[in-house]
Design a protein around this ligand. Sequence first.
Ligand code: ME8
Length: 642
Amino acid sequence: MPKRRYITTPIYYVNSVPHIGTALTTLASDVNARYWKMQGHQVTFLTGTDENGTKVFEAAQQSGQDPMAFVDAVSAKFVEVFRGLRIEYDDFIRTTEERHKRAVQALFERLREAGHIYLGQYEGWYDVSSETFYRESDLVDGKSPDGNEVRWVQEENWFFRLTAFQEPLLAHIEANPEFILPEVRRNEVISFIKQGLRDASITRANPGWGIPVPGDDTKVVYVWFDALINYIAAAGWPDGDWQSLWPAEVEWMGKDILTRFHATLWPAMLMGAGLPLPKTLVGHGWLLMGGEKISKSKGNVVAPMELAASLSQTANCELDFAVDAVRFYMASVLPLESDATYTRDDFDKRYNSDLANDLGNALNRSLAMSARFVDGKIPDAEIEAEVAEAIAHAKAGFAAAMDGYRVADATQAAMGLVRFLNKHIDTRAPWALAKAGDPALPSTMRSILMALRAAEGLVRPIMPVVADEIARQLGLPPTTEWSSIGEASSLPAGTPLASPKPIFPRIDTKAKAAEQRAKPQPEAKPPKPAAPPAEPIAIDEFAKVELRVARVLEAEPLEKADKLLKLTVVVGDERRQIVAGIRKNYSPEDLIGRQVVVVFNLKPAMLRGVESQGMLLAAVDEEGGAILLRPDKEAPEGAKVR
Ligand code: ME8
């Protein structure tokens, strides 16, 4: 059987339900697995739950439940959340399963027979939160280096001769630069090993929960020694066709469990048993909240499916698309070297700018224009060279990023194409080509649709349901093969397009903020008396004012003017620069991509030395601030307002 690409996540402790931190690694692995599947690789993607440790046993006791019933329930919760997030795993292992127990006992026996395991006396500290043994000298102010409580342990235990593997480990790491990624983690591991390893205690006194040591059931196997074996257990080791999966192509994890466990203990166990090592270990950074790691023990958790449900409400977008928006968020912030901070505000902002403005607009505009300019069908024409080049560039950028397991960079590469597409539409201005009867119109429209089709393929590993919806609106089947992205055959001419349907409505951040501001003010201000009506005018006087729908392309604060923003808008086929006094109420990212109404035939005026070639229409709030007007739904580019 040919070797498959085996990809694994850590198995999660079932002391509590999953949060966006734990979901992060699984999402990264899922994007990775889906991308490889599109590339045509045979992939097996493994995740699962870690159920035998002290921490889980104590959580079960605290909940007053039978431990097995407790782990069944929490493990099922992981399955439910992962399914909800569309994690397309191929296998889910639980360490309470028979196949896992057999592998753990077999590996223990094999290492003991090879002389790598001996009986000794353990005396030292134990951190239940991270299930780690510590020496007195490791402690910081009486706590573990991570600040967790520790307890004193004195027991007869079996030890693994980790010291014997110090040199072989260093040699392997040095000879295989791709073994530990990113490089900064590799350096951390090297210096950890060079400080000197100690033999590792690999059993605990049997509390009535865990995998008994073969031939000595007064003890159970230490949870880390036990858990790491899941990767080969799920591959079918010691019997079965395990060699078709093992060694893993990549093992994904957070940096917290890389150095001590996956990059030291685990490869030493494999070396001792004469088994090959995984090709690559990726240790990504953490997602923080309020300056701290999001974690079950700290209680600062955000549940991924709740986040999706809340987004679906605030943005009024379908829950299916909101789930993909959560996936997109995790993929685009996925920290590799450093950590990333989650705030709901940042989540909403990214949704608005990347999904509502960039992707949502690209889809709507492309389809709306196709309906008007090419009869709602994919035209048959040449692809413009710069579009072909942008697609090739994004595709290569995505692939190169994924080769280094840089999921956030791959996401950026995909979004780069979407942003290119929006800019390209503005520069090529199909509405102007149509007006001028320019024969280049079909080629421009086909190029636009081709970029959209390619973007559908590129975002698919990250947002599978959104990609399906883009394909549906294009009237085409989903892109399943990576190699077809950008190919002429992926966009059959003559295909009728569906009518555009928005997938990511904007969150009205101003309304949200106003709602929040309104809440803590119980004493409502008395309403201001309405201003007296102005002198009536005749209709032909009003008709002199030419009002048009424009789209904001760029927005930036005007230096040394704290009330002004400088905007570039496109009105039909013309670009205009407008200086608007709306900075108090709008930030540039609120504006880019949205439609506004402008006074088109206003004489240019100089504001703080900058020419303003028009004026935006806005309602005035109680404090004299601006509430911008916009069409009730996407209007044709440059439409007249009457
Ligand atoms: O350590 N940011 O399980 P665990 C990023 N059972 N990633 C995070 C995170 C955060 N805030 N919080 C959790 C265990 N993670 C062991 C693993 S493997 C043989 C045994 C992710 O439930 C990250 O991948 O504590 C981290 O390594 C893992 O969840 C820890 O999950």
